[in-house]
Design a binder for this molecule. Structure first.
Ligand SMILES: Nc1ncnc2c1ncn2[C@@H]1O[C@H](COP(=O)(O)OP(=O)(O)OP(=O)(O)O)[C@@H](O)[C@H]1O
Ligand SMILES: O=c1ccn([C@@H]2O[C@H](COP(=O)(O)O)[C@@H](O)[C@H]2O)c(=O)[nH]1
Length: 240
């Protein structure tokens, strides 16, 4: 049993890339199940959880643009990829009997509900996990920006960016073995130092709305709940 949470409502940004596990593409169900079990534990601690899933395991619009294709079409493909991931994570959560709803920024009523702030707040208040699919619904954005946007819309106390690394470093730790990890930063420091763990628009939106960002490893089982209780390995970004 985890100790008492210090948050009541949070937005988890779950890395799409992490979902592919060691496969190199697509969804490793075991990884989706493990992330779902951490979310289920957070719910059993009484924390309300909104989730934005990335799409890096399926498609990124820049991949089309870099080969001379149309960026907007590429971004549409990327957003559709996030819907696939959202459905996979919802399936894993429902296997654990966690009441879960998928709300998409792009209308596809045969598959899932469309996003509205009112609907999201209603489902959260009913104790459901709400998975926000389709990013922001607009090209030229990312799911990090969608996470900051949805966090502001649902009044989340923090954005938990669960990613491939365990915090924010002085440089990309996957490329620079000498990079050092920060425990704490301000939004302005992340932007001024050009720390590329999250895109600029997302950090700026979080700063504007004074929403802390917590960067942690999504691969660490139980890591999400440890941080919800005020422990665990992470970098926290605040406005002071
Ligand atoms: N200064 C930095 N500190 C930490 N990570 C950094 C830094 N600069 C770049 N990165 C890289 O940023 C990555 C996270 O970026 P990104 O959001 O694209 O990945 P993701 O969380 O897997 O997202 P997606 O959901 O799009 O698949 C990390 O895995 C890390 O390699
Ligand atoms: O608001 C959004 C969110 C995402 N996209 C496109 O989807 C892919 C996948 O998202 P990641 O954040 O990279 O995981 C992204 O690269 C964009 O192509 C979008 O257009 N708008």
């Amino acid at each position: 049993m985890s100790s008492k949470p210090i948050y009541k409502r949070v937005l988890l940004k779950a890395s799409g890339e992490a979902l592919m596990g060691s496969q190199g593409f697509g969804i490793d169900v075991a990884v989706a199940d493990r992330i779902a079990s951490d979310i289920a534990r957070a719910r059993s601690m009484g924390v309300e959880v909104g989730v934005v899933v990335g799409g890096g395991n399926i498609f990124r619009g820049v991949a089309v643009a870099s080969k001379g294709g149309d960026r907007v079409t590429g971004d549409h493909m990327g957003m559709l990829g996030t819907v696939i991931n959202a459905l996979a994570l919802a399936t894993s959560l429902r296997k654990l009997d966690v009441d879960t709803v998928v709300l998409s920024a792009i209308a596809m009523p045969e598959i899932c509900e469309s996003f509205s702030q009112r609907g999201a707040l209603h489902h959260l208040s009913q104790g459901r996990v709400v998975i926000f699919a389709g990013g922001t619904g607009n090209p030229f954005f990312t799911t990090d920006s969608a996470a900051a946007l949805r966090a502001a819309e649902i009044g989340a106390e923090a954005i938990f960016k669960g990613t491939q690394v365990d915090g924010i470093y002085s440089a990309d730790p996957k490329k620079d073995p000498l990079a050092t990890r920060f425990d704490k930063l301000t939004h302005s420091e992340v932007l001024d130092k050009g720390l590329a763990v999250m895109d600029v628009a997302a950090v700026a939106l979080a700063r504007e709305n004074a929403i802390p960002i917590i960067v942690f490893s999504i691969h660490e089982a139980g890591g999400f709940c440890d941080i919800l209780s005020g422990a665990g390995r992470m970098t926290i970004v605040t406005d002071h």
